[in-house]
Design a protein around this ligand. Sequence first.
Ligand code: NAD
Length: 362
Amino acid sequence: MAHRVTFIPGDGVGPELSEATRRVLEATGVEFDWDVQEAGADVMDRYGTPLPEHVLDSIRTNGVAIKGPITTPVGTGFRSVNVALRKELDLFCCLRPCKSYPGVRSRYEDVDVVICRENHEDLYAGIEFEQGTEDAKRLIEAIAEISGIRIREDSGISIKPISVTGTKRIVRWAFEYARREGRKKVTAVHKANIMKFSDGLFLETAREVATEYDDIEFEDRIVDNLAMQLVARPEEYDVLVLPNLYGDIISDLCAGLIGGLGVAPGGNIGDRAAVFEATHGSAPKYRGMNKVNPMAMMFSGMLMLRHLEERDAADRLERALAAVIAEGKSVTYDMKPSRDDPTAVGTSEVADAVIVRLEAGV
Ligand code: NAD
């Protein structure tokens, strides 16, 4: 039976990347029944919001979506569609596999790290108190009263909540992923030596969850040490599980290790829904130019195929993408030795080349 999947083309370069990705996904032979839904800057006039309720309903019903990037409107009062999607659908895990493919221009060859970032808590919970406001003053007073520590009067304050519930969920998810994907090790990342009651709790909870998975190795690393080790010896790491802020930073570090945004896929996943999308944004200056790299979104499509248990199709798509990258001919400007290389092809030509490989059964 065809998989019914919500398909959100997005805005900026989103529609052209989405079209290229749809074509390669269909060329795997897997049947899709696309439920196309518009979101982003282009629908604001029509619906008064970049994320209409019917788009959320579609994802809730189908349980799976693939999405092009969406521009965050500046100065309109609307929050980011991407953040809203994660919150509304309780997509608590941001999955970012970072794998080296021969042919990608990068300093490293053997990176194969999977990042599982907690998506809701930590300093990104949005609990902030602006410097000089009445609320900030009240909080400073309350902290002085409770802890005896007086924060400077002219401080702005961001709160960092990390819960047992939120940590258990993300760490379990990381272990389940490791098991499902045949991975060997999970590393919990923290700064528990300094933040005992937030990162310390994350570490303690992760250790507890790890005892449920004796088939998978478990270790922990302090985040600054991990950053240094990833740059020095990335091949030593397998699955990383991190609170929100460290996850954000380490995801970008790992995207850099594997050759940058053009090839970095992702998924935001919860218990009831999953939304797959590239790590990069909507690159508005390239809109409609058939120029940017669709590989990150195509690799996100590969992750979606795995999520849908279409493992054979996912493997074939991965091999086809890897072959096109290795050959280095039908790739966009960002994957050529120089950015003004005249032999660079456009977005849709990359899709054509991947489809040729898929059809040849490479
Ligand atoms: P961006 O990722 O859109 O672009 C940064 C630069 O990276 C581009 O100028 C381009 O040179 C390069 N780049 C990005 N994607 C590429 C691709 N596929 N191929 C080749 N080169 C590529 O980041 P930005 O300019 O900071 O953000 C633009 C908009 O996208 C903002 O409104 C931002 O909020 C939004 N955004 C959306 C998502 C999402 O939808 N998940 C993620 C990040 C940013």
